[in-house]
Write a protein that binds this ligand. Structure first.
Ligand code: GAF
Length: 387
């Protein structure tokens, strides 16, 4: 049994006693190998789902009330919330505690043909570190949606599931995120990274099963707050740049067009656009490199991605820069970069399996902070936990 599942069942028995839980579901966090801040520009991303998951266990109740407890470390107080199921006259609205907004947003936007969402008791537990850039938020949204699917089934459309969870994040916690995190948490496949076209939502699975190759995630344990103003500001700057270039989104612009119209953009918007346009190109090249087993090229593109996020997009921080610099000096490391929204959180490093332990040791020796590590494999998207 998964660690968070055990924890969720224990806390469920303590809070709700009696029978149950009848429903037990999970949804994974993700690591993005390359393609950062491209999703809301209609570009490409290359994430994989992680074996770090959010679990939700619970049981239906018939008095129209919903009671949820979280055990997540770092979630704000109170850890237990109770509210009425939404109706047309009294919809759910965002409020304190913050963690509950991710669940409430999904309940509010969940569309079920057979009437309103019934009441339930539930416990949430997670192994996805909160605020670590590994999509703890999306995994909570997708776990909530998967739970509701067991409670009162929808039509089973998986793209709609990811889009509803994204809508929940836009309207409840109020983060104008792209689609990457919710999409991979729903669609993840064991042994595969997914190249996702965030405009058409077409997916190309890329096997990542070579035992000689490993993906190392290093958590700087510096916490970032995505609801801060930086993420929406980057999004606005990209929209402004696309408009100045006469394009619907930066996905449609080339580097030549950007250079030709450089003078019609502010210096900041020019650099933001240069990151996005070059990152979209790097991501498609990296996908090709992975298919060809060209890990050297993949690693080189990762480092270019990091430098572009640091210098042009300005979403890195000294701790992430330091982690990347230390990792790439170890022989057998192909490449390393920050992953996720930025301003702290994790780096992702592609390396020969044989040097994984040495790389961790080198980071522990040289890094100024207290890092944590996960050597990880592409894992399955959300689902029901076995009995
Ligand atoms: C966050 C967002 F939620 C994603 O949509 C994506 O934009 C990412 O930052 C940056 O690539 O995780």
């Amino acid at each position: 049994m998964l660690v968070p599942e055990k924890e969720a069942r224990r806390v469920y028995a303590k809070n709700f006693g009696g029978n149950g839980p009848d429903i037990a579901v999970f949804a994974p966090g993700r690591v993005n190998l390359i393609g950062e801040h491209t999703d809301y520009n209609g570009g490409f991303v290359l994430p994989m789902a992680l074996p770090l998951v959010t679990v939700m266990v619970g049981t239906r109740r018939d008095d129209g009330k919903i009671c949820i407890v979280t055990t997540a470390e770092g979630a704000d107080e109170p850890k237990k919330v109770e509210f009425k199921t939404p109706s047309a006259d009294s919809p759910l609205t965002p409020g304190a505690p913050k963690w509950a907004n991710y669940v409430k947003g999904v309940i509010q936007h969940y569309r079920v043909s057979g009437g309103p969402v019934p009441g339930f008791n539930a416990v949430v537990a997670t192994s996805v570190p909160l605020g670590g850039g590994l999509s703890s938020s999306a995994s909570l949204e997708v776990a909530s949606y998967t739970f509701l699917q067991q409670l009162c089934p929808d039509d089973g459309d998986l793209v709609q599931k990811a889009l509803t969870c994204q809508k929940a994040e836009h309207t409840f916690p109020g983060v104008p995120c792209g689609i990457m995190d919710q999409f991979i948490s729903v669609m993840g496949k064991e042994g595969q990274a997914l190249l996702i076209d965030c405009r058409s939502l077409e997916v190309k699975p890329l096997p990542l099963t070579d035992p000689k190759l490993s993906v190392l995630i290093t958590n700087s344990n510096v916490r970032h707050e995505l609801t801060g103003s930086e993420y929406p500001t980057r999004r606005r700057q990209c929209e402004e740049a696309a408009k100045a270039l006469g394009k619907e989104s930066l996905r449609d612009a080339s580097m030549e067009e950007l250079e030709a119209k450089k003078d019609s953009l502010s210096e900041v918007c020019y650099r933001r656009a240069r990151h996005v346009i070059s990152e979209i190109e790097r991501t498609t090249k990296a996908a090709e490199a992975l298919e060809n087993g060209d890990y050297q090229l993949f690693g080189k593109l990762m480092v270019e991605s990091h430098n572009s996020l640091r210098d042009d997009y300005e979403v890195s921080c000294p701790e992430l820069d330091e982690l990347v610099s230390i990792a790439v000096e170890v022989p057998g490391v192909y490449g390393s970069r920050m992953t996720g929204g930025g301003f702290g959180g994790c780096t992702v490093t592609l390396l020969e399996t044989s040097v994984a332990e040495r790389t961790k040791e080198r980071i522990k020796e040289k890094f100024r902070g207290s890092p944590s590590f996960y050597i990880t494999k592409p894992s399955a998207g959300s689902g029901v936990l076995p009995d």
